[in-house]
Design a protein around this ligand. Sequence first.
Ligand code: F6R
Length: 616
Amino acid sequence: MCGIVGYIGSGNVYDILIKGLHRLEYRGYDSAGIALVNDAGKLAVYKAKGKVHNLEEYCNDKPKEEAVAGIAHTRWATHGEPSDHNAHPHYSEDGNLALVHNGTIENYQLLKDALIEQGCTFKSETDTEVLVQLIEYIKVKNDCSLLDAVRKALHEVVGAYAIAVLEKDNPDTIIAARKSSPLVVGIGDGEFLLASDATPIVEYTKDVVYLKDEEIAILQRGKPIQLVTLENEKAEIDVKKLELSISQLEKGGFPHFMLKEIFEQPKTLLDCIRGRVIDNGKKVMVNGVIDNKLKFIRAKRIVIVACGTSWHAALIGKYLLQDMCKIPVAVEYASEFRYSRPVLDNNDVVIAISQSGETADTLAAVKIARKMGAFVYGISNVVGSSIPRETDSGTYIHVGPEIGVASTKAFTGQVMVLTMLALSVAQLRGTMTDKEITEIAREILTIPEKVDNILKTLNEKVKNMSLIYTYARNFLYLGRGYSYPVALEGALKLKEISYVHAEGYPAAEMKHGPIALIDEEMPSVIIAPKDHLYDKIVNNVQQVKARGGSIIAVVTEGDDLISQIADHVLEVPKVSECLTPIITSIPLQLISYYIAINKGKNVDMPRNLAKSVTVE
Ligand code: F6R
């Protein structure tokens, strides 16, 4: 949510920043801007509403070659509509400072009123402009350095921030700081990069430092990086090596990141399983579980917190953990959990699921759960992100960077990790026999190939079928048991990228209300693999058909009952019930992708959305 890039060094500052903005555009794309400073002390800010290429066009005839340092931003609006004047960077009133910001300053109105009383005027509606004015006000009033002014200002601020500040008269320095919003510094050869995540950094250096909350980085030309706390105490510099390659950040011949990521799943699932299902399926080793076995053996309850797609994975996790480990599981939206006055103690295990590892609500839920004494386990994709750092232990899903805003490969990775985690806990608690565990584990090893076959056999079919459904204005997605969260996820995917209304429902709940919506204009997507609820869902399929609704059914190969009733049938291979969610979600991803493409939507950057939701 909002992307920040900064650069200081001998490279072409403008080119490096623009390239970085393109890499971060998935985090927000309603406006973009750049601030450049040169050795003569000229600080220029250029901004444009819309995507980064609008900014590039705007900058075409602007002077930028002499810049020696710069900061840039791509925005997802929180305070003030997307517009040129609300875009970052923001200047201080006297033009001495420029600042970019990700996060929200909760007490900005209070601070703004106080600054207005002191005679400050504002050009934008943003909380960010308040922060830059506050820093400059403190700097002038106390006649102090930029670093001291930043420290003092951040003491006044309530909320979340990742910031970078540039000073007109000090082109050798960028000051950056974070609290609850991510910021990474790349240490190159005589140069520093700064970014909201490592994607703009990887082509220049693999050496990075992830800033911690309330740390300030001082990046000076020709000097080593310095880190201090808000209290001006030296902070430890922990340099990590990036395990990221540039090819992972490119489309690799696919028209969109989303399609690339859908097609990557055979490989990403293999990466996710590697080293965890071992000895040809004889054993399941999830290290975070094994290392904390007493916590999982003694747990009286598991609470899973997450948002969006990750919350759907959490619902599947509930079925898995209850079935395999015989342990009660509650699933909570992190945003509700954090304000629900939760009741937790040290007999609880809390699992937080987050692809980005930065989602503000999930991060807050993690902090609350730990404070209350629960053992907190994270499932994330982004190495070095906040949630893995704030949890007691956890597992990375290892599916590589997910750039498409609509989550696909991360979802199947999350479900795969939850499946292996449940098997690992079942092993420890003795709730499954070795034979049962081995059977599922062996089957897990076949899943990447099965996903590959689904993609090969269904891609063209779904593409053609999608033409028939492109102009439907409402969809119902129905499933039971493990297929119920899959239905929710299928509906969310369609909504997000095609802007078509879609509702996911437990199939049996349909008759308690939503059935009233069904007519020949409202298709239902029914997820009905051969599982223990198959006979039950057949009835629900009949109920839809009896009301004239058309049906797209995702069924197990060889199904001869639903296949006769449904208008379109998408067959997937037979797998054990606990593994059906991964298999059945693949055709649903393709349905949403192709319907959105037929409608001419930007599937990688759908309107109003951003990849990493670092605000409440
Ligand atoms: C949907 C989607 C979102 C995220 C949600 C949580 O395709 O991607 O619903 O799942 O914003 O994000 P993470 O998993 O990063 O916490």
